[in-house]
Design a protein around this ligand. Structure first.
Ligand SMILES: NC(=O)c1ccc[n+]([C@@H]2O[C@H](COP(=O)([O-])OP(=O)(O)OC[C@H]3O[C@@H](n4cnc5c(N)ncnc54)[C@H](OP(=O)(O)O)[C@@H]3O)[C@@H](O)[C@H]2O)c1
Length: 183
C-alpha cells in the first residue's frame, strides 16, 4: 500500500519559503529530497510548482493541487484528497512537499514526516512563508530519527510506522539539540 509522507525543510523560526523561493541552499538536503522522492509521487501546491518555473520534478510523478492552474505538462487536482486518490493509482509512495496548507492538511493523514531543520533563523519580510505545524506537540506521536550533515543541518524523520534508519550515533549526538530546535 502507498505510504503518505510529508517532506519539507524549515528554519528555526519556522520559515519554509521566501519570495517564492527557498531562502537557503543545502546540497545535502536536496540530495536526500531527491533520493527519497525519485520514482515516487510528489504532490505540491500551485505556488511551489511556480517556484520550480512551472516545471515538473524529473523521474517523479508530479501532481499540483490548484483550483486555478491550467497546465498541460502536469496533472492538476483541485484538492489534496483528490490528488491523493489519483496518486494511489501509481502504487508508489506519495510525498506531499509543500507549501504550508498542504503540509497542514497532510499532517492528519501521513505515515511519515521527513523534516530538515535548517539550523538558523531566517530574516523575514512580507514574502516569507512559514510552516505553522506545531513541531513540539506533533513530535511526540512519532518515532524520531535524527542525523546531521557536515554543515550542521539537522535531518529529522518522524514515523508512525517502524523502520530502520542508518545513523543511530547521530541520533544520540543530536537529540538534545533537536529538542532545543523544535521548541
Ligand atoms: N522549505 C520547503 O521544504 C518548501 C517546500 C515547498 C515549497 N516551499 C516554498 O514555499 C513557498 C510556497 O508555499 P505556499 O504555502 O506559499 O504556497 P503553495 O501551497 O505551494 O501554493 C498555494 C496554492 O496551492 C493551492 N492549494 C494549496 N493548498 C490547497 C488545498 N488544500 N486545496 C486546494 N488548493 C490548495 C492553491 O492554488 P490556487 O490558488 O491555484 O487554487 C493555493 O493558492 C515558496 O516560497 C516555496 O519555495 C518550501
Amino acid at each position: 500500500m502507498s505510504k503518505i509522507n510529508l517532506i519539507f525543510a524549515a528554519s528555526l523560526n519556522s520559515v519554509i519559503g521566501q519570495d517564492n523561493k527557498i531562502p537557503w541552499h543545502s546540497p545535502t538536503d536536496l540530495l536526500l529530497f531527491k533520493a527519497r522522492t525519485v520514482n515516487n509521487v510528489v504532490i505540491m501546491g500551485r505556488k511551489t510548482f511556480e517556484s520550480l518555473d512551472n516545471k515538473t520534478l524529473p523521474l517523479r510523478e508530479n501532481i499540483v493541487v490548484s483550483k486555478t492552474l491550467n497546465a498541460s505538462n502536469v496533472c492538476v487536482a483541485p484538492s489534496l484528497g483528490e490528488a491523493i486518490d489519483f496518486a494511489k493509482y501509481f502504487k508508489k509512495d506519495i510525498f506531499i512537499i509543500g507549501g504550508n496548507s498542504l503540509l497542514n492538511e497532510g499532517l492528519e493523514i501521513c505515515d511519515n514526516i521527513y523534516l530538515t531543520v535548517i539550523n538558523k533563523k531566517i530574516p523575514t519580510n512580507e514574502g516569507t512563508v512559514y510552516t505553522d505545524l506545531d513541531f513540539k506537540d506533533t513530535w511526540n506521536k512519532y518515532q524520531v530519527i535524527v542525523a546531521k550533515d557536515n554543515k550542521g543541518f539537522l535531518f529529522k524523520i518522524k514515523s508512525k510506522v517502524d523502520f530502520q534508519e542508518e545513523n543511530t550515533a547521530c541520533v544520540l549526538k543530536c537529540t538534545s539539540y533537536v529538542l532545543e530546535a523544535i521548541k
